[in-house]
Design a protein around this ligand. Structure first.
Ligand SMILES: [Zn+2]
Length: 333
């Protein structure tokens, strides 16, 4: 029934989805922070080397401003990592989809086509790589807490929230629960992978509308969110064994449904299903989550697609209303 062009498109979409759903989320960033807190807080950032000027998205202050400054702290802002430096300077890194860190000996060369930048600290070099044709990872140099606040999306930290805070965010608009969990303005650090896992744990359909949820369902989802994130942080910490987390990926064989299309659900054995979005794929178990219904029928998949940003940039990028490339931060001072 599908003609060759739709087949071709399906295949292409599947390949893109496989590449693009691997965005590091809260548990992945937590284990990066564990390592960086132990190893670079207190060290001096001696030099920054860029393989391409395009990775740097700010012009003012210049990159040189952060050189020879000591790292005084680290923070996570949603899915961004923030290096707090002396003199009210901040280095913000958004890994986007395929951005990853490597920890190497001091002065290590930037590696081949995937290398984006090198940060030379007194005790080693942090390499930023991106194994993707499309370079989306971004570096920002920011002066002052006030300017840094522009990067804040105000998503609720799911592991610091109580039930009432979680509930009011979840019900802030009437969205599919999948969209609500992954919206950085509502919740911080949850992306496509862990939202699939959370919804499977909660035995809840990804297209359930938040305003149709009972108090019991909200409580159940809140518990599932905290459980899944805590379990994965513990698991990733165990994998890293106190060293550098080398294998940051959103496709983990121990996940219940995410990235496991066609494989058996670990709870009931039903084949895991998927909804392919423009740049994304959601996975779910029809037996555990949708009363046996396949969301492949058009009305249901359209519901989720309409409620889902078309591109990763749309979901993750800074709001257009926020300052553009450092220019207005200078004007404001
Ligand atoms: Zn199942």
């Amino acid at each position: 029934m599908a003609n060759s062009s739709t087949c071709h498109r399906d295949l292409r979409t599947a390949i893109i989805a496989a590449d693009l759903t691997a965005l590091p989320e809260l548990p992945d960033l937590t284990v990066y922070l564990d390592f960086l807190e132990t190893n670079i807080v207190g060290q001096v950032l001696e030099r920054v080397r860029l393989a391409s000027p395009f990775v740097l998205r700010t012009a003012d202050p210049p990159l040189k401003a952060i050189e020879n400054k000591r790292v005084v702290g680290l923070r996570r802002m949603g899915k961004r990592l923030v290096f707090v430096l002396e003199d009210d300077l901040f280095l913000v890194i958004h890994l986007m989809i395929a951005g990853r860190f490597r920890w190497k000996e001091h002065g290590a060369a930037i590696t081949g086509k995937i290398g984006l930048a090198a940060f030379d600290f007194s005790n080693g070099t942090l390499l930023l790589t991106e194994a993707s044709q499309k370079k989306r990872a971004a570096i920002y140099v920011v002066l002052s807490e006030e300017a840094l606040a522009d990067f804040e999306r105000h998503g609720l930290e799911p592991l610091e929230a109580n039930l009432e805070e979680f509930r009011s965010r979840l019900l802030a608009g009437n969205h599919t629960v999948k969209r609500a969990l992954t919206d950085p303005d509502l919740f911080s650090g949850i992306g496509n992978a862990y939202s699939d896992e959370i919804l499977h744990r909660a035995r809840m359909s990804p297209v359930k509308l938040t305003h149709s949820m009972s108090q019991g369902e909200v409580e159940h989802l809140f518990a599932a969110t905290q459980e899944v994130l805590k379990e994965w942080i513990a698991r990733l910490r165990a994998d890293a064994k106190g060293g550098f987390p080398e294998k940051v990926t959103a496709f983990r064989k121990d996940m219940a449904v995410h990235g496991r299309y066609g494989q058996p659900c670990p709870v009931c054995g039903t084949a895991v299903q998927r909804i392919v979005h423009a740049e994304n794929e959601s996975n779910y178990c029809p037996t555990c989550q949708t009363g046996g219904r396949l969301l492949a029928d058009r009305a249901l998949s359209r519901l989720l697609k309409q409620d889902w940003p078309r591109t990763i940039e749309e979901l993750e990028a800074k709001r257009p209303s926020l300052r553009a490339a450092g220019s207005s931060s200078a004007a404001r001072r």
